[in-house]
Design a protein around this ligand. Sequence first.
Ligand SMILES: C[S@@+](CC[C@H](N)C(=O)[O-])C[C@H]1O[C@@H](n2cnc3c(N)ncnc32)[C@H](O)[C@@H]1O
Length: 216
Amino acid sequence: MTNWIQRWNEGEIGWHREVPNSKLIEFIDHLQLKATDTVFVPLCGKSVDMLYLLEQGYQVIGVELSTIAVEQFFSENSIPFEVFQEPDFVVYQSDKLRIYCGDYFKLNAKHLASVVAVYDRAALIALPTGLRVKYAQHLYAIIAKGCRVLLLTLNYPQSQISGPPFAVNQEEVLSLYENGFECQLLQCFNDLENEPKFQRENVDFIEKATYCLRKY
Ligand SMILES: C[S@@+](CC[C@H](N)C(=O)[O-])C[C@H]1O[C@@H](n2cnc3c(N)ncnc32)[C@H](O)[C@@H]1O
């Protein structure tokens, strides 16, 4: 089991990127957002994708286990914030952003009452098999009907290299979300040429997929 707190303590955050994810930019229209809508970013780390969403005028709610991640997000992006304690969470609040510092599985529908869309990059695929089922069921439980989800996944031969990120193929995405979500595959391609770590390990392929889900 990944010790995320230790990863943050030791700065082992190889998943973090300094620029917004190109698939968020390419496919954000599928979320059908209106100005000032609220987007939920589960397992948000200190992702600059949240900054991108804020810059587009949206409000953002994140959840993240690590205090280091949350505090680095605010300080590295020079965003003033207030902190307060709630049951189960330390809440970091700025003008248009709220990050719940604590466990995703403790969030409930009231925390996300304003949310109309979800952006999942490196959240589902950060979790091992059994937890992925729990993660998807919990997402269904805490978001409103009609909510759209932009989901980014990776798929590669899991026997050739271990996760996280874990391999999650199309069949698994469909089975995780078949009850309660419409599921549309927007794009899927092999991107081995841009993944030197996977090349070094002689992995046969690494597929990157983008889905748009809608809770019904
Ligand atoms: C692979 S990172 C991805 C972070 C972010 N989505 C990004 O794209 O940079 C996964 C993050 O999930 C956080 N995390 C793992 N389990 C969690 C949980 N149960 N509740 C909240 N955050 C969690 C970890 O601390 C880590 O920052």
